[in-house]
Design a protein around this ligand. Structure first.
Ligand SMILES: [Zn+2]
Length: 72
């Protein structure tokens, strides 16, 4: 009965690695794909917090994590 669990676990880990590797290694071969921009991390100009690009607030070409940081 235990080997079923082991095989299931290995399959799960295997699945995770296969799914994650192509994403992290080949996510941006070119800059043409705008859909991938949300995966990029940028640092807040004010406090240095890292946020994903699609959550970041942009002002004068600089990135901010929150309206508070943008004001200051
Ligand atoms: Zn900030």
């Amino acid at each position: 009965m235990q080997w079923l669990l082991v095989i299931g676990l290995i399959a799960l880990v295997y699945f995770f690695f296969i799914k994650k590797k192509p994403l992290s290694q080949g996510s941006r071969p070119h800059h043409k794909k705008d859909k991938n921009r949300g995966d990029e991390m940028v640092a807040c100009e004010k406090c240095g917090t890292y946020i994903s690009l699609n959550e970041a607030l942009i002002k004068d070409g600089k990135y901010f994590c929150s309206p508070e940081c943008m004001k200051a």
